[in-house]
Design a binder for this molecule. Structure first.
Ligand code: ADP
Ligand code: MG
Length: 139
């Protein structure tokens, strides 16, 4: 059975532009419940560790620089089938390809500066939740 939690991040582009409240309201209106939340400005080492799975990809350095460029807002969100439901709510990685009404269509600037992160599996949701919140993400 699919899990009911996922890890979201309101990325530095959207957080810095004051869009966090609108994005959270959009997600809450779709039934996502906030379990954990914080604001932090990641170091390049922290952003590099979080995105280690992408190390070696052409966009990795740009991604790490972007994610450590300002404060961001990690969230653990709860909803039935959370990983799939949240990825449907945020839309495709590139906002130009994201469906109407999705968070990235509404709030993202580009494929790199794309407003939000979302876990891609239950295992990664647990791992990423632990990264930012420790065991509190699991309770
Ligand atoms: P997603 O965030 O939709 O799961 P990926 O896991 O493939 O997408 O990529 C992680 C993040 O890396 C993306 O959200 C985006 O910020 C950045 N990224 C991915 N592909 C590119 C690209 N071609 N150019 C610039 N940035 C990219
Ligand atoms: Mg991904």
């Amino acid at each position: 059975m699919a899990g009911n939690r996922t890890l979201a991040i309101i990325k530095p582009d959207a957080f810095g532009a004051g869009k966090a409240g609108k994005i959270i309201a959009h997600l809450e209106a779709q039934g996502f419940k906030i379990i954990c939340a914080r604001v932090l400005h990641m170091t390049t080492a922290e952003a590099g560790a979080f995105y280690a799975v992408h190390k070696g990809r052409p966009f990795y350095d740009e991604l790490v620089t972007f994610m450590s460029s300002g404060p961001c807002m990690p969230l653990v969100l709860e909803k039935a089938d959370a990983v799939a439901a949240y990825r449907a709510a945020i839309g495709a990685t590139d906002p130009a390809e994201a469906a109407e009404g999705t968070v990235r269509k509404l709030y993202a600037e580009s494929k790199g500066r794309n407003a939000v992160h979302g876990s891609d599996s239950d295992d990664n949701a647990r791992h990423e939740g632990m990264f930012f919140f420790g065991a509190a993400a699991l309770i």
